[in-house]
Structure formats: C-alpha cells, structure tokens
Design a protein around this ligand. Structure first.
Ligand code: CP
Ligand code: NVA
Length: 313
C-alpha cells in the first residue's frame, strides 16, 4: 500500500479563490503535481462519497472533468441540469442547500450569480465548489497557473497578459496570479475593466508575493514581452444579447499574429475555451504550436482532483 499525500488544511469551500493564501497555493500545486504523476495512489480517497453537480449554464470541460475526477477518486456524482432554469425558481436556494447536505458530501455549482454560491455555502454543511459564476472561475485559473508552472518551471515574476473582457476569467487570473507572484497586465476597452474591488485585493496580495497587477488600455502594452497571452470570449454565457455591441467594442482586442508577435519569443497562448476563432483570437494563433489550450483542458482534471482531495478528505 503506497502512502498518499496528506490533504491540506484549507477552508472547505472554494467560492472565489481568495480563500487560499500564497503558501497554501504553493502546497496545493505540489499536491496536484503528485496526484497527476501518481493517479493510482488516489483511486479510493473519495470512496463512498457522493457529489451533486448543479449547473445553471452549459459546460463541456467543467462537467466532464468533475465527473471523471470524482470517479477516478472512487466517488460518484449526480448531475442536476438547471441550464433552463435558475436555482431559485422552483424553491429557495436555502432549501436546496439544506436538502442536499443531508444526502451528499459535496456540491459543485455553476451559477449566474456569485451570491447563489454564497447562499449554498452558507446553508449547506458540506463543501461547495465554484464551477463558474458571473464573478469567478477559480478551477480554471488554478488549472491555468498549474499548466504555466509545468511549462516555465515557476510562477514568480511570470509575465501574463490578459487581453479582452474584464470578466470572471480575468478576475480569477488576477486572484490566483497575485497569490502565485505572477506579473499580470490586463488590457480591456473602456467600460469593460475588471471589478475594482477584485483588482484592489489582488494588488494587496501581489505586494506580499512580489507579484504585479497592472490594468492598461492598449493590448500592445499588455502583450509587450509577455510569456503568456490569455484571452476569453467577448460575450460570456448569459450576455448573448450583447454580442453585437461587444464585437464592436472589442474589435481592436483580437489576439492575432500581429499582436502575439509582440510577446516574448517563447510565449504561449492560453484560452479557457470555448473559443471563437476570428473574434477574440485568430485561428493562426489558437491553432499554432504556441497554443497550450489542450494542456489547460487536460489539467482541469488533475487540478480538480486535487481540489476535491483537499476540501473533502
Ligand atoms: N473552460 C470551461 O469552463 O469550459 P466549459 O464551459 O465547457 O465547462
Ligand atoms: N467568461 C466565460 C468563460 C467560459 C468558461 C463565460 O462565463 O462564459
């Protein structure tokens, strides 16, 4: 019988990513590395545990990687499809939480409003994991920085440019990147900047970790010399009616060959996916050898297994 790495003593919900200190994040990445390298040692850590996945929005990666990860760790899961209805429509979120905690060991929720997650967590005495909200996508950003650490061997001082909408993805890259000591430059059009409170919190953490957070206007300024260039959709799930207006506002923010050339010579391209070739990114960049989008997607699985092990055992 092999010894498995001891779980980390972290707060039991993952709602924003701000729950974790820089030191806890470092330990977390070590655990994820170990679990990725030796998956057989962790086949039973969740034996007998049942999880509910509640999704108010569609998903490919998050759903499949959570369902697969739970199964790989010996647990089982039930998917509650709320993609046609918000959680509070049939009954109050509080009642849903208070029912679920009687039956299952953990809740993975993809929601419109961050408040829905907070309400689930406040009322369910089992861990709640944010599988994407309007404010954050912590599981994705954890997988992204884990992928960058594999690629570059470390995250301190790593230069990451984020170009596009100051959305959930941008917020989570700021939150996790600050804790990792990365140097992050975000370029958005006017009116689409990231949330000021999240930027301020990330800057505060970055002062501790010698990271750097800068919000700029010009995509060229953000990308100059960057080792990693990240973009996301211009209209997130739920913003479909704004698509045309956003396409206009973001037209100068496409990550294409001309922009990507201004990054460092060994730069990589990242996108959380799904992507729209010809809008936020050109096919020439996303389908180039410098693109690591499928490594990011693979690492969702390994990193989320480490999240489950950390919060549940
Ligand atoms: N990146 C991501 O979360 O993908 P899905 O929306 O397919 O889960
Ligand atoms: N910002 C995107 C991320 C999808 C994974 C959205 O919320 O739709």
């Amino acid at each position: 019988m092999h010894a498995v790495a001891a779980p980390l003593a972290l707060k039991r919900d993952l709602l924003t990513g701000t729950e974790w200190s820089p030191a806890q994040l470092r330990d977390f990445f070590r655990l994820a590395t170990e679990m990725k390298a030796r998956p057989d040692r962790y086949r039973t850590v969740l034996a007998g545990s049942v999880f509910v996945l509640i999704f108010e929005k569609p998903s490919l990666r998050t759903r499949v990687t959570f369902e697969t990860g739970i199964a790989n760790l010996g647990g089982t899961s039930t998917f509650l499809d709320h993609t046609a209805a918000r959680l509070s429509e049939r009954e109050p979120v509080r009642d849903i939480a208070k029912n679920l905690e009687r039956w299952v060991q953990g809740i993975v929720a993809r929601v419109f409003a961050q408040e829905t997650l907070e309400e689930l967590a406040a009322n369910a005495n089992v861990p709640v994991i944010n599988a994407l909200s309007d404010k954050f996508h912590p599981c994705q950003a954890l997988a992204d920085f884990f992928t960058l650490e594999e690629r570059f061997g470390g995250l301190r001082g790593l230069k990451l440019a984020y170009v596009g909408d100051g959305n959930n993805m941008c917020h989570s890259l700021l939150t996790i990147g600050a804790r990792a000591g990365a140097h992050i430059r975000v370029a958005t059009p006017a009116g689409y900047e990231p949330d000021a409170a999240i930027v301020a919190e990330s800057k505060r953490v970055a002062r501790e970790t010698r990271g750097k957070i800068e919000i700029v206007r010009s995509p060229e300024d953000a990308v100059a010399g960057a080792q990693a260039v990240y973009t996301d959709v211009w209209a997130s799930m739920g913003q479909e009616t704004e698509s045309a207006a956003r396409e206009k506002a973001f037209a100068a923010y496409q990550v294409n060959e001309a922009l990507f050339e201004q990054a460092a010579p060994d730069a990589v391209f990242l996108h959380c996916l799904p992507a729209h070739r010809g809008l936020e990114v050109s096919a020439g960049v996303i389908d180039s050898p410098r693109s690591i989008i499928y490594d990011q997607a693979e690492n969702r699985l390994h990193v989320q297994k480490a999240i489950l092990h950390t919060l549940l055992t």
